[in-house]
Design a protein around this ligand. Sequence first.
Ligand SMILES: NC(=O)C1=CN([C@@H]2O[C@H](COP(=O)(O)OP(=O)(O)OC[C@H]3O[C@@H](n4cnc5c(N)ncnc54)[C@H](O)[C@@H]3O)[C@@H](O)[C@H]2O)C=CC1
Ligand SMILES: O=C(O)[C@@H]1CCC=N1
Length: 289
Amino acid sequence: MNKMSQQQAMITEPITFYGAGSMAEAIVKGLIAKTVVQASDITMLNRSNSRRLDELQQLYSVKVSNDSAAVPEILQNSPVIVLAIKPKDAAEVLRSLGPLLSEDTLIVSVIAGLTIRTIQDLLGRKQPVARTMPNTSSSIGLGATGISYSKEINDRQRQTVMTLFGAVGTVTIVEEDKLEILTGISGSGPAYIYYMMEAMMAAGIRGGLTPQQCRELTVQTVLGAARMVQLTGEEPSALRAKVTSPNGSTQAAIETLDKGDFFETVIAAVARCAERSKEMGAALKEGIS
Ligand SMILES: NC(=O)C1=CN([C@@H]2O[C@H](COP(=O)(O)OP(=O)(O)OC[C@H]3O[C@@H](n4cnc5c(N)ncnc54)[C@H](O)[C@@H]3O)[C@@H](O)[C@H]2O)C=CC1
Ligand SMILES: O=C(O)[C@@H]1CCC=N1
């Protein structure tokens, strides 16, 4: 795996986000905050929700459209199209998109499970594709994005993709068959951490702390733990050992987690996430034939 951190270059070509939901907004918010792309170069599309588009336009000064008469021309004139729709909507969108593309239009997909091969089959052409798996922390510049490229992609397009996602966090290039397990760790991962935080806060409230106190203590604890791993370079297991006094309170807590098979349960959750991504991809592939 090849890791790269933030890139400072600018993207000067128009980018269209096909789908204007949580993930598209997270990326756009991060891009605008880093001024890597001018807001006037970004267009966000959805099917019908005009209120949502108005909100995005007001927040980020981007262009927006859900006008079915105007959308084909927007797509035809966009050298970079980011697919940010749900997997269930992907087949229909890709089939209609294929005939509108130029040979070198770059397709960037954030859709879980959807393979490069299926994207090209649905488009009906061997388009340059970057299959990516970002996460919602991109909105604050702390995303972690996994990327795999189709062989049709050129160096300039690779650079555009690196700039796009490097501006909103770290980028990890992987073989395409590793993107599902990567989804299990970093694509869906924020949700597991939030779930853990929900449980810690609930425990604190049950123990008599105020919700505000629980929130502050939990957030700082998670933030501090992540930064400790990052800044010390130590393994999480070594840092855990430093918190865990023999026969102390932490050991008692870890033993309780182990009774619930915590470690293996997390591994099973990541594996099931990866498997579900594959299932979603397979369903889209089956839809072709
Ligand atoms: N939410 C997350 O944490 C992550 C999501 N993803 C991927 O991002 C993709 C989008 O997910 P979310 O943003 O969470 O979904 P969402 O439901 O918030 O957004 C989907 C957007 O697509 C639009 N859309 C649907 N059909 C359309 C059509 N025919 N034409 C134009 N627009 C259309 C919807 O109006 C909506 O704006 C999914 O494929 C998901 O796998 C990837 C990484 C993380
Ligand atoms: O839950 C999902 O399917 C998407 C993919 C990664 C995060 N959210």
